[in-house]
Structure formats: C-alpha cells, structure tokens
Design a protein around this ligand. Structure first.
Ligand code: GLY
Ligand code: MN
Ligand code: MN
Length: 363
C-alpha cells in the first residue's frame, strides 16, 4: 500500500494540491483496502499534504472500515448527520484551502457545490487521471487476484454449458450462470450477465430474455465475476445444431482477429496498434463495418477501466497492464460472434489469463 501513498503525494505536490478528497469507492479501495458501496451516502478519503489520511465513512460501515484500514483515522457519520459539516470541522485548522483535489469524473455537481459551500476552497484540480495512471499497472498481487476471477468465471461457463438443450431460454441460462457464480464463491457478477441466442447475438449489448434456443443458433455468453475485489470478463460464442457457412466464416474471422491482436501484444507498442491488428483481419474478410466497437478496455477493480483500447490510442503498452481483447462481428439477421480474452502484458510479451478453448465448439 505504501508505494501508492507515496505516488499520490508526489502527484498532489506536482499539481499544487494542498488538500485532496477521494470519493470514488473503487479509488478508496485501491488506496485503503476498504471496499464498500455507500450508495448515495458520503464516503471520502481526505488527505492533506504532509499529514496522515482520514477516512470518512457511513456509520453502518464503521466496523467493516475499521477492520480494513487498521490504524488509519476513521470518522463515521450517522444518516442524520451532515458529513460536509464533519469534513469542515476536521479541516477547521487547515483553512483557507488553496487547491482542492477531487475526481472530476466522479464528483457530481451537487457534491461539488456542497463541498465548495462547506470548505470554501479557492481552486479545484482533478486527481482522477493520476489515479487511473497508477491503476493501469497492476502489481503481481493484483494479477493473482484477476487470475482467480478468471478461473472462477471459466468454471461457471463450463458448468453452465451443461444446461444447454433445445428450448432452454436465455434467461434460464443467465440464472444458471449467476447461481454458479455464487456457488463457486465469487463476490458476484462483474456486470449484467449476458446470454444471447440466434439473431440476438448480432446485438453487442443485447438483453437476455425469453428467446428459446433452436437448432442453427449461435449462442453468446459474455460473463464475468468480481472476486477479492477484482474483475474478470470473458466472451465465448458457440454453435447449436448445424450452422450456416456464413456463421462459420464469421466465427473463424473473429477468431483470427482475436489471435492477431494477442500476437501483437508486447511492451512498447501502442494500444492503437493492437486494435488495428484485429481490425485489419476483419476488414480484409469484408466485415469491417460490422466490427462496430473498440477492441477492448482496461480491467481491474472496475470491469471497465482505463485505458480504452481503440484505434486512436497512442499510449504505449507496459508490463503489468491488464485489458480485454474482444473483437466481434455483428451482421443483423445472420449472426454475431465475439471472442473476448483477458490479457496481461509481461516484460517481453503477453500472458493470456483466460484459457477457455476458442475453436468453434458445438454444444
Ligand atoms: N462485458 C462487457 C464488455 O465486454 O465490454
Ligand atoms: Mn465482456
Ligand atoms: Mn469486456
């Protein structure tokens, strides 16, 4: 944990912040080990330059927070109390505040105005980019947790495939997936579990429903878990019964794109070049317009986090980056196929965390 605090203090110094308030629960977790969902209640990690941090948390989370943060100062507030007043009181001897750091992407306008009213800081600055830069390089411990999250979701997928039979509905398979997620001991799904059949596989973010499985369908599973605070995210597409030649061609093209992208991963190349490696394969097969999303996204404490893996991203890959590789082709009325892996960049190449087979399988 120490290195993170050192880096954060350096960033505060660089950006001239004298006080910092971190309110994204995932950032609070990253820095303190305390993971919670405060809903609309106030959760904040206060840091003054040169002082020890203080965690403000709802009273109902007080015991859990204490267990996670050890000796760090904790100030809890009841639902009947005004947390902004407590914050003001804690900072009374440090006012006036010059540059106040917060996460612009996370703080609502309402919160910003309350903070300004309570603390009367003279300027604000964004600490969000510094935190996402810190989070982009995972430690060995973080990668270990993600490997575990991947292992769990692959077991879930394997078990869920056993429930496939003609007439089963998408919703029934989602229910099976989520039952297995809990049964295997994960914290929960890392996003709304998705199982789609037939024409619905051509909707990259389709919503599972009462569609019944029939012969000639493709089946798409896009599922993930949170385990020990870290996410996995995998997509596999299968055939049921006999597939048409074009469905098979689409599948093989997506698989080749996925493999081309993974083969291009190593430190020092840009995220944009990885997207291009996959897109070139799909364009050469004539399906360019049907790959209508980016190649992937960063993965970690959030299932979608920095960076966005798209063709314009000039950021260089570095050891410890973890992200998804998920090319897809979605042809309305014909089929949709996506194959999604989770990968980490090593000192010389790539380590693919997901290992579920990728050749076209009929279930
Ligand atoms: N599970 C959502 C995605 O793959 O982006
Ligand atoms: Mn996914
Ligand atoms: Mn994904």
């Amino acid at each position: 944990m120490d290195q993170r605090w050192i880096e954060l203090e350096q960033q505060m110094h660089r950006q001239g912040m004298d006080t910092l308030l971190i309110t994204d629960p995932k950032h609070v977790y990253y820095l303190t080990g305390f993971l919670s969902n405060p809903h609309e209640r106030f959760l904040g990690l206060l840091l003054k330059a040169g002082s020890e941090p203080v965690l403000f948390a709802p009273a109902l989370d007080g015991e859990a927070a204490k267990a996670a943060i050890g000796s760090m100062e904790l100030i809890t507030h009841q639902d009947t109390e005004d947390p902004y007043l407590l914050l003001r009181q804690r900072l009374e001897s440090d006012r006036p505040i010059g540059t106040f750091g917060l996460e612009k992407e996370y703080v609502t306008l309402d919160r910003y105005e309350r903070l300004q009213e309570a603390l009367q800081f003279s300027a604000s600055a964004d600490i969000g980019p510094s935190l996402r830069e810190m989070r982009i390089r995972k430690s060995p411990e973080e990668i270990k947790r993600m490997r575990h999250a991947v292992k769990l979701i692959e077991q879930v997928l394997e078990l869920s495939l056993k429930q496939i039979k003609e007439g089963v509905t998408e919703n029934e398979l989602v229910a099976e997936v989520e039952y297995q997620i809990r049964k295997l001991g994960a914290d929960g799904p890392s996003f709304d579990s998705m199982v789609l059949f037939g024409e619905k596989t051509a909707l990259p973010h389709g919503v599972p429903g009462e569609r019944k499985l029939q012969s000639g369908d493709m089946i798409m599973f896009d599922i993930g878990v949170y385990a020990n605070g870290y996410a996995s995210d995998i997509t596999r597409t299968f055939g049921f019964g006999e597939l048409a030649a074009e469905q098979i061609k689409i599948y093989e093209t997506v698989l080749a794109a996925n493999e081309a992208a993974i083969a291009a991963i190593k430190p020092g190349v840009t995220f944009g070049s990885i997207d291009k490696a996959a897109r070139d394969v799909i364009e050469a097969a004539g399906y360019g317009p049907y790959f209508n999303h980016r190649l992937g996204h960063g993965l970690g404490i959030d299932v979608h986090e920095f960076p966005s893996v798209h063709g314009q991203n000039e950021l260089f890959l570095r050891e410890g980056n973890v992200f998804t590789v998920e090319p897809g082709i979605y042809v309305p009325g014909v089929a949709g196929v996506r194959i999604e892996d989770d990968v980490t960049v090593t000192d010389s190449g790539v380590d693919v965390l997901t290992s579920f087979p990728k050749h076209l399988q009929y279930v």
